[in-house]
Write a protein that binds this ligand. Sequence first.
Ligand code: GRF
Length: 197
Amino acid sequence: MNIAVFASHGGSDLQAIIDGCKNNQINARVAVVISNNGDSMALQRAEAEGIPAYHLSAKKFGNEEALAAKILEILVRYNVEMIFLAGYMKMLHISVLEKYNNRIFNIHPALLPKFGGRGMYGMNVHKAVIEAKESETGVTIHRVNAEYDSGEIVAQTKVPVLENDTPEILAARVLDREHEFLVEVIVDIADGKIKLG
Ligand code: GRF
């Protein structure tokens, strides 16, 4: 299975997917990496692994439609069958959502439907979890539709919130769990236990 990973920043989730493919845990390969941020570490990580990597933004192509057309052209070029959004900070255009319906997944660092939606990303999520005095948080992997964080949930795992956690400490604990969980869930997608399309 050919996977495209979209990422905007650190790309540590991307690295976990690449490593899971390289050590044959995941029966798939990362065929292409796309980022809306030219400075993203994700692009550097992909290049270091010899994976084609593209910086694609609306700014570069003039408008959202032209960007979507370019994204689709690349997805077709690399025979992409599944898209994983691993910290991609941009909504995908409807033309991409339609073409890859049910084949696009996102990872969110909390137990959706709690702590999701517009503005709920990065440290904002972990701050909100601590402020709400939750005793547990977690990781959600869901299908992507045209609204933030609201597609079908395909897998969730819990992570404890400890008494003296700061948002940063909690974020690190959740991210560690993401790296393992991503691999577990992509194994299930690649093996057909979680259905595509
Ligand atoms: C993770 O917290 C993920 O849940 C969120 O973005 C972060 C990605 O981190 N969607 P990284 O860029 O892969 O290091």
